[in-house]
Design a binder for this molecule. Structure first.
Ligand code: PGA
Length: 250
C-alpha cells in the first residue's frame, strides 16, 4: 500500500505572520498525522522561517518552482541547491500556472525535473489537461506526453524518487473537482505508462490528485486505488481544512 502524501501549495499567498501561524497549527497537530506524509510549499521568502519552525517535525518542506540551472546570471531565479540549503526535500515542477503564465513547456519542465534530482530534491511533476483538451478527447494524449517527456530526459528510473501530480487545469482553483472516477481513470493511465517501462517503479510511484481538493471530497478521492494523496492549493491556507485533508483516508 503506497503511503498517502499530502502537499500544500500555498502559491503566492500569505505573509510572514500567516506562514508562522499556519505552520504552527500544522506542527502542533503532527502527532495525529501518522496516516500521511505531509509537505508544505510556502513562497520562497518564507522558507527560512518554515525551516526553523519545522526543524523537529516530520512535516517536510518543498519549493514551488526551481530554475533548470544550478547557478549563474539568471536574475530572479532560484536554484535547486539553494532550496536544499533551506531544508527543502521536495519541489513542484511544471505546475499549470507556470506552464500557462510563464511559458514553461514539456522540455523545460523535464529539465527542471532533472535539475531537482541532481540536487537530491524529489520533484513533484505536475501534469494535466485544459478544459478544451478534455472536450476534444485529448486528455490521455496530453497527460501521457507530459509524463513521457520527463521520462525521456531523466530516465524511468528517476521515477523511483519522484512524485507525479495529476492536476486537470479546469479543476485548479475553480471549485470544480474532477470526480473520483475521472481522476482514477487518468491516474491509472499514468501508472500504466510508467509500468510499461518499469513495473516495480510504477507500483511504488505516488500519484497525487490536485484541483479543488477539500476536506469534504478528500476521502472519496483518496479512496481510489491509484490516487495516493493530493496537491492542495486553496485549502492548504486554512490550517483546520488542510489538517482534515491530511487525516482523510479512503
Ligand atoms: P487548488 O489548487 O487546490 O486551489 O485547486 C491546486 C494546485 O494548484 O496545486
Amino acid at each position: 500500500m503506497r503511503r498517502l502524501l499530502v502537499a500544500g501549495n500555498w502559491k503566492m499567498h500569505g505573509s510572514r505572520d500567516m506562514a508562522a501561524a499556519l505552520i504552527g497549527d500544522i506542527v502542533s497537530a503532527t502527532d495525529n498525522l501518522q496516516a500521511a506524509d505531509v509537505i508544505v510549499c510556502p513562497p520562497f521568502p518564507f522558507l527560512g522561517l518554515a525551516q526553523k519552525l519545522l526543524a523537529d517535525s516530520p512535516v517536510a518542506l518543498g519549493g514551488q518552482n526551481i530554475s533548470e540551472h544550478q547557478q549563474g546570471a539568471y536574475t530572479g531565479e532560484v536554484s535547486a541547491p539553494m532550496l536544499v540549503e533551506f531544508g527543502c526535500r521536495f519541489v513542484i515542477v511544471g505546475h499549470s500556472e507556470r506552464r500557462t503564465l510563464y511559458g514553461e513547456n514539456d522540455a523545460s519542465v523535464a529539465r527542471k525535473f532533472a535539475a531537482a534530482q541532481r540536487s537530491k530534491l524529489i520533484p513533484i511533476l505536475c501534469v494535466g489537461e485544459t478544459l478544451e483538451e478534455r472536450e476534444r478527447g485529448e486528455t490521455e494524449a496530453v497527460v501521457l506526453r507530459q509524463v513521457q517527456s520527463a521520462v525521456d530526459v531523466a530516465g524511468v528510473e528517476a521515477f523511483a524518487d519522484a512524485v507525479v501530480a495529476y492536476e486537470p487545469v479546469w479543476a485548479i482553483g475553480t471549485g470544480r473537482t474532477a470526480s473520483p472516477e475521472q481522476a482514477q481513470e487518468v491516474h491509472a493511465l499514468i501508472r500504466q505508462k510508467i509500468s510499461e517501462q518499469d513495473d516495480t517503479i510504477a507500483g511504488d510511484l505516488r500519484i497525487l490528485y490536485g484541483g479543488s481538493v477539500k476536506a469534504s471530497n478528500a476521502v472519496s478521492l483518496f479512496g481510489m486505488p491509484d490516487i495516493d494523496g493530493g496537491l492542495i492549493g486553496g485549502a492548504s491556507l486554512d490550517g483546520d481544512e488542510f489538517l482534515s485533508i491530511c487525516r482523510a483516508r479512503g
